[in-house]
Design a protein around this ligand. Structure first.
Ligand code: NZQ
Ligand code: ZN
Length: 388
């Protein structure tokens, strides 16, 4: 087990009725609130009205940043920073999914950034000074509610860039707010949660029992609860388990003591989203089984990890270890297919036109040199080809 430091400064209020903590959470920072949200789901669900009532009762002054896109754009960050500066905002309240929270985080730091905001997104600045951010989560997926990262897109440049910004001060996670998440986004979000775990589980560090056990528990929980949530969107226990899985999966906890891998599937997926604006979790679902088969074929020393995955997560058994490993990857692919999301790039209208550029960008700066199996440009292109 490797050394590690972990500091999550986010207070997480989880469960039915957790919104009761909102007014007090905001009050700690001031009365002048930037209310950030996406394309309208919060209005359709009634959450927007609930929040406005709370803000009105608490005598908060509200400025709205609306229309934040899935795969949030730099233009929304710029708009948010402008609104904060014009209105002397004390605290950002992001209500929505990873896209809204990520945009809120970038706005929170952007207000203190001098110069072009895209330079902030693309520079290795570490964490910056930031306005406080409080969020109300509406979809189980990214874990943005419990991490310091954010991912911002610039479609003019076909770039989607992850960076560290700031942790939410308070996250309000009420699973009932996810009852309205459509099947496609429920399945995509669940695939994203699984990928966050895979990115650390398939690491060269093999002796970190706690992290591996947590990772396996999350994977099994997602595969048990996502189908239930798809069949019955208002199943509280299923939605609650997925929401808790989401927060822990991307928190760093499943990677305690493990060598960082550069998150290869995420590195590749962000290129797909940058060029084609696809749903993040869908890109990951398509990539993951293909990446697994590729690294298993390339490096036989990966076999024990795949066998552990087969036995502990997919519940398979057998004496022929290679067959077992392949059966586990096939079973994972079957599970992902059963959730109803597209499982080939061609289904999304994606061909090989931009593969060379995507490959170079995914691997920029030797990002994947420490992957479980280091990936060369040639490897990445082969994985993308297998996804068509
Ligand atoms: O925009 P609205 O109208 O709100 O609709 C959203 C959006 O269309 C809808 N939705 C969310 N909650 C809903 C709902 N619809 C009905 N009822 C609800 N309760 O779902 C759609 C997707 O929302 P989005 O916020 O984009 O989803 P997600 O949480 O998956 O966020 C994806 C973004 O986060 C980034 C991704 O790359 C992508 O840009 N990521 C952020 C990470 C982080 N901060 O740590 C890590 C991840 O790996 C990921 O890269
Ligand atoms: Zn992700």
């Amino acid at each position: 087990m490797l050394n590690f430091t972990h500091d999550i400064p986010t207070k997480l209020h989880f469960g039915k009725g957790a919104i009761e903590h909102l007014a007090l959470a905001l009050d700690a920072f001031g009365k002048n609130v930037l209310l950030a949200y996406g394309g309208g789901s919060v209005k359709r669900s009634g959450l927007y009205d609930t929040i406005l009532d709370i803000l009105r009762d608490g005598n908060f002054k509200v400025t709205e940043l609306d229309g934040i896109e899935p795969n949030p754009r730099i233009e929304s960050v710029e708009r948010g920073v402008e609104l904060c500066r014009q209105n002397g905002i004390d605290v950002i309240l992001a209500v929505g999914g990873g896209s809204t929270i990520d945009c809120g985080k970038a706005v929170a730091t952007g207000i203190f950034w001098e110069g072009a905001l895209w330079d902030m997104v693309t520079s290795r600045h570490g964490q910056l000074r930031a306005l406080p951010i409080v969020d109300v989560l509406t979809i189980a997926a990214t874990g943005s509610e419990f991490d310091g990262g954010g991912v911002i897109s610039n479609m003019a440049l076909n770039q989607k860039v992850g960076n560290s910004y700031t942790y939410p001060a308070v996250s309000i996670c009420d699973p009932t707010y996810t009852f309205t998440v459509p099947a496609y986004q429920t399945a995509a979000g669940s695939a994203d949660i699984m990928s966050h775990v895979f990115e650390g589980y398939f690491s060269r560090t093999m002796d970190s029992d706690l992290s591996d056990g947590i990772a396996e528990a999350i994977l099994k929980s997602v595969m048990r609860n996502c189908p239930t949530a798809l069949a019955n969107p208002e199943d509280y226990e299923a939605r609650a388990n997925l929401m808790a899985d989401s927060s822990v999966a991307c928190s760093g906890i499943p990677e305690y003591g493990k060598q960082s891998t550069g998150w290869p599937c995420h590195a590749m997926e962000h290129q797909l989203s940058a060029f084609y604006d696809i749903t993040h979790g869908v890109g990951l679902a398509i990539l993951t089984p293909r990446w697994m088969r590729h690294i298993l074929a390339k490096d036989a020393t990966t076999l024990p990890r795949f066998v552990r995955f087969a036995r502990n997560v997919m519940g398979l058994d057998g004496d022929d270890e290679l067959s077992l490993a392949h059966a586990a990857i096939d079973a994972l692919e079957d599970y992902l297919t059963s959730t109803g999301i597209p499982m080939a790039l061609t289904e999304l209208g994606i061909g090989r036109e931009h593969f060379a550029e995507m490959t170079a960008r995914a691997n920029r700066g030797g990002r994947l040199d420490n992957a479980f199996v280091p990936l060369t440009d040639e490897d990445i292109e082969q994985i993308l080809e297998a996804c068509l």
